[in-house]
Design a protein around this ligand. Structure first.
Ligand code: CTP
Length: 400
């Protein structure tokens, strides 16, 4: 189950060259179980055909206000009322101007006025148009009225100019749809999530690290954001890109991670340490490359500071959750870590199984709680596991 499953999404497509990207958006929304109705403006229909969008959405495409008005239940009102979310992608300068000024002269602009669902606007236009005072002001006013924007990306535009104006990538637009549709079970909560490996420098060319990909920690941060939390993700050198719409602080070493996690943890309701923090680091990082003849004598390893244990020593009301990646005696090791670090919960997984290991997209975990209970989360995508962990943590420790 994703946040989009079973949801009614109305997708408005206006007339810009990026209209073809609506196909991708429809496909991705449907893949996650949303029922998509497309409303195509007259100028949108000059860039992409209703037939294409109808085939992809598996629903009739709505193009004309008066066709719908002749239906028994006033069509545009029915569409507006049924929607859980209205998205307009691409949104032209023209539609932004119409919405701002209360003009309802076609089906899409009428629906915008008639809906009580959240409205997501993904503008796309020429860079100069996007920077024009009218558009800048319209965007500002609409933000103030509660419309959600997915800002355009920078890049080379179809007209040849380079700058902001290109429709945001589909995954970003779809992620905002998930954020708008997810239950807000962590609204008002501040959470910190660490993710990825750390890298401990030996000299300018060598470092110690581990096989963590960061996928599970990133999924924990993304899930918390969808649930409405104010999230800080502190990420080690994972190859994953910073997630959209999330404050991400990049660090390299365990020491840097400690500094950022402790700072972000001030006033936080929960800290989830999903990072695979290095347990040892070289006592000194050499300024110059160490010759191999003297490598074993030159490198002395010392333990890193334990971030979770440090937080556990002055716990207060903050919820602390650790991760235990084990290859043997999962339960014994996980419970020992939870006790030793004074945690509320620990998420244990068996990294010796490749299908749920470090780089895998799936996971299967058991979550142990400090009250002696445990839950099993059967094999699922890491983002589904992350949502389930948050639901459990919030049920136990963060009641409304
Ligand atoms: N952790 C931490 N600071 C460290 C090391 C680990 O905060 N310096 C956190 C990890 O983010 C994770 C949990 O502690 O949430 C893992 O516990 P740890 O005892 O380090 O387990 P392993 O790294 O798996 O090591 P080992 O089993 O060898 O003890």
């Amino acid at each position: 189950m994703t946040d989009l499953a079973g949801k009614e999404v109305l997708l408005g497509v206006t007339g810009g060259i990026a209209a073809y990207k609506a196909c991708e958006i429809v496909r991705d929304l449907r893949k996650e179980g949303a029922n998509v109705h497309v409303v195509l403006t007259a100028s949108g229909a000059r860039f992409i055909t209703p037939l294409t969008l109808q085939t992809l959405s598996k629903n009739p495409v709505h193009t004309d206000l008066f066709d719908l008005l002749s239906e028994s239940d006033i069509g545009h009102i029915a569409l507006a009322q049924k929607a859980h979310l209205l998205m307009i992608a691409p949104a032209t300068a023209n539609i932004l101007g119409k919405i701002r000024n209360g003009i309802a002269d076609d089906l899409l602009s009428t629906i915008v006025m008639a809906t009580t669902a959240p409205v997501l606007l993904a503008p796309a236009m020429n860079t100069q148009m996007y920077a024009s005072p009218a558009v800048v002001e319209n965007v500002e006013v609409l933000r103030g009225r509660g419309f959600t924007f997915v800002d355009p990306d920078e890049g080379e535009l179809a007209c040849g100019t380079v700058g902001p104006g290109r429709l945001a990538d589909t995954p970003k637009i779809v992620e905002m749809a998930r954020i708008l549709l997810a239950e807000k079970i962590l609204k008002g909560r501040k959470v910190v999530v660490s993710a990825g490996p750390t890298a401990e420098d030996i000299d300018p060319v060598r470092f110690l690290t581990n096989r963590s990909s960061g996928k599970m920690g990133f999924a924990m941060a993304v899930a918390a954001r969808r649930f409405g939390a104010d999230v800080t993700l502190v990420a080690g050198p994972s190859p994953l890109a910073d997630p959209s719409f999330l404050r991400t602080i990049r660090v390299r070493s365990a020491r840097e991670m400690m500094g950022e996690v402790l700072a972000a943890a001030e006033g936080a309701d929960a800290v989830i340490m999903a990072a695979a923090v290095a347990d040892f680091r070289p006592e000194h990082a050499a300024g110059q490359k160490i010759r191999k003849e003297r490598f074993d004598r030159a490198v002395k390893l010392v333990p890193t500071d334990d971030i979770l244990a440090t937080l556990g020593r002055s716990k207060g009301s903050r919820v602390l959750v650790g991760f235990a990646a084990e290859t043997n005696d999962l339960e014994g090791n996980a419970l020992e870590k939870m006790r030793r670090k004074n945690l509320d919960a620990i998420v244990a997984n068996d990294v010796s199984r490749p299908e749920i290991g470090f780089a895998s997209d799936s996971n299967e975990v058991r979550v142990y709680f400090s009250d002696g209970t445990a839950i099993d989360l059967a094999m699922a995508a890491k983002d589904a596991i992350a949502s389930a962990v948050w639901r459990a943590v919030r049920r136990k420790f963060l009641p409304e």
